[in-house]
Design a binder for this molecule. Sequence first.
Ligand code: APR
Length: 236
Amino acid sequence: MKTLVVLTGAGISAESGVKTFRDHDGLWEDHAIEDVATPEGWHRDPELVTAFYNARRAQLDAVQPNGAHVALAEAETFVKTTIITQNVDDLHERAGSSHVVHLHGELLKARSTIDETYVVDWRGDLTPGDSCPLGGRLRPHVVWFGEAVPAIEGASELMAQADYVLIVGTSLQVYPAAGLLACAPRGTQITYIDPHPAISYELTQRPGADVQAVAASLGVPAYVTELRHRLTSEKQ
Ligand code: APR
């Protein structure tokens, strides 16, 4: 079976009602990214950061996967599909995708501030009193700017196995995620779906890439249908 590796960003969830990061003058849901998505922001005001992610977690109950998430889940029926997402929402899982790597963490998990191996599922609000068995305060299980991205190594290995790479809804500005494309073998067919595609350095190195300036809910189902046809006719 051929292998499809999909790199998704905030844009795939935009049509579900989750705001992207860089479309609003550097503000994310009315907050400066440095205040809510850096270790410094956490040390300055953990209450603000906790409340911010509590609101993001609560928002998950109000949003649903859209046609792009659903199409990627359906792709599993005819191509070995792995999704590498920069998103902390659970919309890929709720659409039915079973191989999802969260590069930047997950809203529905919390982890200890003194033992980063202590990671627990989390629903509802996180409060200042929530702690790990060693007594360390729990924080959102989200990778902030300036922090290591532990899942990047596995993601690079997955990318190196790809027959097809699909990139959806990301501004390709944040590394190391944006650099993953460099790990795809030469000859891999690369498609990038984003209404305002960003031409990153890695993309300029792949002149054969198919860049489609359309919304995810339009472009992704069409891509999946076309791939299905192609793989089915290759088999015959
Ligand atoms: N369909 C597809 N793409 C869309 C849509 C849509 N309907 N609407 C917007 N987009 C695109 C925008 O054109 C933009 O290129 O989604 C992209 C969103 O870019 P960013 O907001 O920069 O999000 P992302 O690339 O995922 O950010 C990467 O940065 O803030 C950190 O850790 C955070 O994971 C995040 C990382």
